[in-house]
Design a protein around this ligand. Sequence first.
Ligand SMILES: CCCCCCCC/C=C\CCCCCCCC(=O)SCCNC(=O)CCNC(=O)[C@H](O)C(C)(C)COP(=O)(O)OP(=O)(O)OC[C@H]1O[C@@H](n2cnc3c(N)ncnc32)[C@H](O)[C@@H]1OP(=O)(O)O
Length: 193
Amino acid sequence: MSGRTTVLKPPEGAMAPVRHPDAPAPGELLGAHYDQCFGCGEQSGGLRLRVRAGEGVGLTAEFTVDAAHQGAPGLAHGGVLTAALDETLGSLNWLQRVIAVTGRLETDFVRPVPVGTVLHLEARVTAVHGRKIYCAATGRIGGPEGPVAVRAEALFIEVRVDHFIKNGRSEEINAALADPDQVKVARAFEVNP
Ligand SMILES: CCCCCCCC/C=C\CCCCCCCC(=O)SCCNC(=O)CCNC(=O)[C@H](O)C(C)(C)COP(=O)(O)OP(=O)(O)OC[C@H]1O[C@@H](n2cnc3c(N)ncnc32)[C@H](O)[C@@H]1OP(=O)(O)O
């Protein structure tokens, strides 16, 4: 059963998404947008998501559920699965070269996901309306063609780098601004940095 709120339905006049000409090639592994990120960084307890560019404005990702991700004994926590969907959807930024953050995300939990499972994620942008980016993702178990265990629809909102500089804790922001690799990543997201 799935009952979506109407705000996740693209309005009349929404446009098809456009893949940026400098987007990573299909199959290319996308790096972390920030090495301390819970979703795509390398720290223990994080998701350590591996994301690859796909065709069009789409991508695939893999998330291995480990013991740190449990809710019920031996099963993945629903919030962690939602985080994996959120991170996968957030990675669509790389393909559009737009920085966007999650405004709304709705998840359907269709099947329990045991510890040790590789969740095969797939995400795509479905439509764009001004700063609003409509997107959807699925997570399958037992292989990339396996049954759907989780799925989400989301609305991301385009922001400028200022969003992070104004709102992030100063310790981390100052460290990020002093790190040339991080500044390069931020520029890679923005068409007009
Ligand atoms: C060098 C240093 C910097 C380094 C930078 C490194 C690069 C980073 C690159 C990439 C990072 C990507 C990270 C991905 C991680 C995974 C994704 C996440 O988890 S992101 C975190 C969770 N999300 C938030 O924390 C958002 C918190 N919310 C906000 O900040 C604001 O609410 C925001 C920006 C989302 C919107 O605020 P407004 O003031 O800019 O815009 P308004 O006017 O409110 O909304 C614009 C339109 O969107 C609709 N809208 C906004 N929120 C909505 C909602 N929740 N539901 C439905 N519609 C919504 C509004 O109704 C409006 O629509 P109408 O233009 O009037 O048609």
